[in-house]
Design a protein around this ligand. Structure first.
Ligand SMILES: [Cu+2]
Length: 96
């Protein structure tokens, strides 16, 4: 949809090269996302560690910020949200 709009706006930009680089940028922004998850039974830094490792078994390059005070876990990943949630649940934590 975005590409057809691009082509309509730039009818001369159909050499393929321009469109390819546009698609790469679009793909990255769609795949890398930040999930904000509330994990009420994350009590201490060991919990945060366990959660971080659980997430990184799904996506080794994921960035995890776990705040034991707010119980908020921020995960920057290109893995599916359900896979991340399942990994955290399987590690013994509840996602609110
Ligand atoms: Cu703990």
């Amino acid at each position: 949809m975005i590409n057809s709009r691009l082509n309509a706006a730039h009818p001369n930009c159909n050499d393929g090269k321009y469109i390819f680089s546009f698609q790469s940028a679009t793909d990255n922004s769609f795949q890398l996302m930040t999930l904000q998850l509330k994990v009420p039974n994350m009590a201490c830094s060991a919990c945060a560690d366990t959660i971080t490792k659980a997430v990184q078994t799904i996506d080794a390059s994921a960035t995890v910020q776990a705040d034991t005070k707010t119980k908020i876990v921020l995960v920057e990943t290109n893995a599916p949200e359900t896979a991340i949630k399942n990994a955290i649940a399987n590690a013994g934590y509840t996602i609110a």
